[in-house]
Ligand binder design. Structure first.
Ligand code: SAM
Ligand code: DTB
Ligand code: SF4
Length: 330
């Protein structure tokens, strides 16, 4: 039998490509909740193993004293949050934390610094940390702020797998949250990371008083990065006393948890191949809302009792929740 010429093959319905533009993403937010979650779960199953969750552990390698004015952040020197300005950790302490993260089931170790960006003299010891953590057989991630020419390449050469640098919110809301740098600065660093061949981890914070349209615009910005980020952390604002956002957001201005779940679902649909990371605020969300987030397509979390300076669910509580849901750590 002769093969049919390609044009004679029965037409297959083309898969609709993932919605990216702001209008399409706003339309997803407007869907009935069950329709949105079903669609997110369908996309999730097409691109990912359905019942697995990837675990990363965070370590703050340089805590507090940051010169920036991010309105959500307990580490900004100008806010009185009780977070002290500490020195860069020693390599041995970082390695001990990485070993214990690995023993607790983490596959990636993420090192965070409260810097606007690293000075070259700061970077050298961080490169040693990256090399040593990589040597333990863990994936490596850093979040150090804005990078200058050559710094991303140096991190890549040391063995860095991922760089976390969030857009955090919509471009038209960014100025209300941070004034010491602009959205373009964030995009510049993301471009340097991508050009150096490091995987991009980029997401944002929900619940900072933004509108639904601004939540949609953040997802549209993330989805329009080309290529899309490999990892997308969706943080729920952790309100820390002393930060401007703690003072402003109370009662009615607090975000409805179901709107947070919607945001996770929309991110899953708009960025089908990305790992969607259910990030800060998990402890406050509680088990039922976390379970909805996993159904909505979240497939990674930060694992360990601390994020950078604030709390995270206990490792044992996570294990129990994963067992209840039949989720396997990847
Ligand atoms: N200084 C670097 C920077 O800003 O890129 C790296 C560390 S910074 C703490 C990393 C991310 O933590 C921020 O982009 C933000 O998304 C998140 N973050 C900080 N404070 C938070 C809070 N109170 N609630 C939720 N997420 C927060
Ligand atoms: C991300 O998007 N969330 C993490 C990680 N990347 C570095 C940080 C959350 C920080 C929450 C506030 C704190 O613990 O200081
Ligand atoms: Fe500094 Fe990063 Fe906190 Fe902003 S988010 S104040 S840059 S540590």
């Amino acid at each position: 039998m002769h093969a049919l010429p390609a044009h004679a093959l029965p037409a297959r319905a083309p898969r609709p490509s993932a919605p990216r533009g702001l209008a399409a993403i706003e339309a997803l937010f407007e869907l009935p909740f069950n329709d949105l979650l079903l669609r997110a779960q369908e996309v999730h199953r097409e691109f990912h193993r359905p019942n697995t969750v990837q675990l990363s552990t965070l370590l703050s390698i340089k805590t507090g004293g940051c010169p920036e004015d991010c309105g959500y952040c307990p580490q900004a020197a100008r806010y009185h949050t009780g977070v002290a300005n500490e020195a860069l950790l020693d390599l041995d302490d970082v390695l001990a934390a990485a070993r214990s993260a690995k023993a607790s089931g983490a596959s990636r170790f993420c090192m965070g610094a409260a810097w606007r960006g690293p000075k070259d003299r700061d970077l050298a010891p961080v490169l040693d940390m990256v090399r040593a953590v990589k040597g333990l057989g863990l994936e490596t991630c850093c979040t150090l702020g804005m990078l200058k020419d050559g710094q991303a390449q140096a991190l890549k050469a040391a063995g860095l797998d991922y760089y976390n640098h969030n857009l955090d919110t919509a471009s038209d809301y960014y100025g209300a949250i941070v004034s010491t740098r602009g959205y373009e600065d964030r995009l510049d660093t993301l471009a340097r990371v991508r050009a150096a061949g490091i995987a991009v981890c980029c997401g944002g914070i929900v619940g900072m008083g933004e509108t639904r349209r601004q939540r949609a615009a953040l997802i549209a910005e993330l989805a329009s990065l080309d290529p899309q980020p490999e990892s997308v952390p969706i943080n729920h604002l952790v309100q820390v006393e002393g930060t401007p956002l703690h003072a402003q957001l109370h009662g009615e201005t607090a975000l409805d948890p179901l709107e947070f779940v919607r945001t996770v679902a929309v991110a899953r649909i708009a960025m089908p191949r990305a790992m969607i990371r259910l990030s800060a605020g998990r402890r406050e969300l509680g088990e039922p809302v976390q379970a909805l987030c996993y159904f909505a397509g979240a497939n990674s979390v930060f694992h360990g009792e601390r994020l950078l300076t604030t709390g995270n669910p206990d490792v044992d509580d996570d294990r129990m929740l994963f067992a209840k849901l039949g989720l396997e750590p990847a």
